[in-house]
Design a binder for this molecule. Sequence first.
Ligand code: CMP
Length: 156
Amino acid sequence: MKMQRTAVLVKPDGMQRGLIGEIISRFERKGLKLVGLKMVQLTDSMLSEWYTEHKDKSFFGDLKSFMGQMPLVAMAWEGIDAVPVVRKLVGTTLGREAEAGSIRGDFGMSQQFNLIHASSSESDAEREIDIVFDKNELFDYSNVMQSVIYADYERK
Ligand code: CMP
């Protein structure tokens, strides 16, 4: 149980399909706290850094041109265990197989066009947040809802 921040991107297909509000709403309803939000067009070098674990894969070039084609909405969300919590809300990679009730399970059919990116580990989250956000674009503020979302012992 650990307070974490995680990175989310609404991918080009999610942008085109008008899912920005739906995605934000799902994370808000869950009880996560929004600590960063911006529109950004990722450059080839930002994407090479972002997807470094896929650099030897056959789809690396396609993935970078897909993700760099238009501005995306980038977010940083905070909460206890936010990295796995957000991954669960997002669902598994392939939309056709993703769990019903997850974002990909409810809205997606594709592997590449899977609507949304979510960090897969705490260290990836730190690296990804750093790629997209300047320090002064990330916020620390108190949200009154947190006292009804978590018990006291969980927030200590
Ligand atoms: P994600 O798991 O967020 O991060 C890597 C992305 O690469 C993945 O989502 C898909 O969008 C994309 N991807 C995975 N496999 C393939 C593939 N075989 N061809 C094209 N894109 C892929």
